[in-house]
Design a protein around this ligand. Structure first.
Ligand code: CP
Ligand code: NVA
Length: 308
């Protein structure tokens, strides 16, 4: 079974072929209305289940539109609508859904839910975000970087703020695509040490730098994300904001990066918190291309999972 669970657990050649296919498919449908079908209909006759145990705008809409552009049918299910949210086991849910649908995308909390789903499903499972990682986002981000600036290999990516799930997938991508990473944030919010070690073992440089101004020197790409993720308790908000305030991405910080540096944010953003509007809407920002590329990257991921 070809699941797409994480970037570090997917073969680098497969990752590259997914990005290449995404670019080809994006080019092929340029200028068409969003609802127009692709010339190729590789998902014709296929049913895709999209399960959300957390809110979503981009993941929900981009998977739904993408599957339909390729001729597939979709159903969007919220965790609480399913018996999954009322005590049925993940394993039983996976076995049953496999009798109805051809592909499952799930956004959930603990990553054990994702792996249990994948262990028991007879159809491919795609990770649409867990508390621990967000691989589809970073596939779109790598695609976006390369569209604007060419190969990401050897580049310097600086992550500012919380070493969260999106940061984790960036670290996974660093090892697999061969770019260096600097994490700048408070020690309490460091990324998982195992993910840092893994990237280093794969031969890329990963640096922890507490001073954000020093961290962004020479950066090719500056990235941040919300200071309070969906899995973080609201009661931690004030404490997190206090710890993270010094890591806001603003014009002064961007000015220390390379003049041609890009700025990315997976969105949703909290303007004037982790990033200022001047950066979000400024010349370095590629946030809308990132959002659009979720569509193209995930179409290629679905094709790869289904082998079509
Ligand atoms: N970036 C991202 O995954 O956005 P959503 O939470 O809106 O899906
Ligand atoms: N880190 C964020 C990403 C949202 C797409 C969260 O998990 O809420």
């Amino acid at each position: 079974m070809t699941h797409f669970l994480d970037i570090h657990t997917t073969d680098p050649a497969a990752l590259r072929s997914i990005i290449d296919q995404a670019r080809t498919m994006k080019t092929a449908r340029q200028g068409r209305p969003r609802g127009a079908p692709d010339d190729d209909q590789p998902l014709a006759g296929r049913m895709v289940a999209l399960i959300f145990e957390k809110p979503s705008t981009r993941t929900r809409v981009s998977f739904d539109v993408g599957a339909r552009q390729m001729g597939g049918e979709t159903m969007v299910l919220s965790g609480s609508d399913l018996q999954l949210g009322h005590g049925e086991t993940i394993a039983d849910t996976a076995r049953v859904l496999s009798r109805y649908v051809d592909l499952i995308m799930i956004r959930t909390f603990d990553d054990s839910v994702l792996t249990e789903m994948a262990d028991h499903a007879d159809v491919p499972v795609i990770n649409g975000l867990t508390d621990r990682s967000h691989p589809c986002q970073i596939m779109a981000d790598v695609m976006t970087y390369e569209e604007h600036r060419g190969p990401i290999r050897g580049r310097k990516v600086v992550w500012c703020g919380d070493g969260n799930n999106v940061c984790a997938s960036f670290l996974h991508a660093a090892g697999q695509f061969g770019f260096d990473m600097v994490f700048t944030g408070p020690p309490q919010l460091d990324p998982e040490a195992g993910f840092v070690d893994l990237a280093r073992q794969q031969g890329v440089e990963v640096t922890i730098e507490r001073d954000p101004a020093r961290a962004v020197e020479g950066a090719d790409l500056v990235v941040t994300d919300t200071w309070v993720s969906m899995h973080d308790s609201q009661s931690s908000k004030e404490r997190r904001h206090t710890m993270l305030r010094a890591y806001q991405v603003n014009d002064a910080l961007m000015a220390r990066a390379r003049p041609d540096a890009l700025f990315m944010h997976c969105l949703p953003a909290h303007r004037e918190e982790e990033v200022t509007s001047s950066v979000m809407d400024g010349p370095h920002s590629v946030i809308l291309d990132e959002a659009e590329n979720r569509l193209h990257a995930q179409k290629a991921i679905m094709r790869w999972c289904l082998g079509v």
